[in-house]
Design a protein around this ligand. Structure first.
Ligand code: TZP
Ligand code: MG
Length: 257
């Protein structure tokens, strides 16, 4: 059976591997967040669930970039390669298709203990039991999202300036997505490119994790990490690769160094 261009992996094989990944995490004494069956983050020890998320390699599963390809399999392969958190972005999907895909992806990711965040849509988070939402500056205001989702869900927000980042922290965001760090053709934006210097500058002023985004790949990921990002968020560096597993593993090596 051919999955994502790799003929030696069956779907059953993949599911087995994802299950084993989660078993390994459960054995870790200070394990990464696991999710209960209703999708709420389980609190491990005394720390809040979002503090336990490993932000190092954040994959944005973007349906516009996938252009019709079902994203569940490449996302699962990328998780086996080392992706630690996934955001589903489906701007071109209607509500019903978005929820169907989010539910399948959440189910698959839960096997490996990897949190799923939903772009824009608080209602989809609630309906599929995902770990949280990622908001843009023009989406639902953060306090409203928090009121609807409660303290146990993760809320992240896209920012481009120090003012936006500081405001996100003040309003109780769990992380900021800071970018674009480099030029990218994946998302049309008029926002200024920040470079690693921009990350450094904002990192000095806020305490919540900074996930850097925009044009990040294996060649520049370590500069981004060194600038102070808790993690790197990518679309094309993984979903545009022939082998999502290998591309994720390559990035993972860079962000851990
Ligand atoms: N937000 C800011 S840049 C961007 C998003 C969703 C796209 C990142 O895509 P890539 O392919 O990793 O540059
Ligand atoms: Mg948005």
């Amino acid at each position: 059976m051919e999955i994502n261009g790799r003929s030696n992996t069956t779907k059953e094989n993949l599911i087995d591997k994802l299950d084993r990944l989660n078993d390994r995490k459960k054995e870790e004494p200070c394990g990464i967040t696991r999710f209960t069956s209703d999708g709420d983050a389980a609190i491990i020890g005394k720390m809040s669930p979002m503090k336990k998320i490993d932000w190092s390699l954040y994959l944005i599963a973007d349906t516009e970039f996938a252009a019709g390809r079902d994203l569940v399999l490449p996302v699962s392969e990328a998780v086996l390669g080392g992706v630690t958190v996934v955001q589903l972005r489906a701007k071109d999907f209607g509500t019903r298709d978005f929820l169907e895909l989010a539910s399948r992806m959440n189910e698959q990711l839960r096997r490996s203990g990897i949190p799923l965040l939903i772009n824009d849509r608080v209602d989809i988070v609630l309906a599929c039991g995902a770990a949280g939402v990622h908001l843009g500056q023009d989406d639902m205001p953060l306090p409203d999202a928090r009121r609807l989702l409660g303290p146990g869900k993760v809320i992240g927000i896209s920012v481009n300036t120090l003012d936006e980042a500081a405001e996100a922290e003040r309003l109780g965001a769990d992380y900021v997505g800071l970018g674009p760090v480099y030029g990218t053709s994946t998302k049309q934006t008029v926002l200024p490119v920040l470079g690693p210097e921009g990350i450094q500058r904002i990192k000095r002023q806020i305490r919540i994790p900074i996930i850097a985004i925009g044009g990040i790949n294996a060649a520049n990921a370590d500069a981004v990490k060194k600038a102070g990002a808790a993690g790197v968020a990518v679309v094309s560096a993984i979903l545009g690769a022939v082998d999502a597993h290998q591309a994720a593993a390559e990035l993972k090596k860079r962000v851990l160094n």
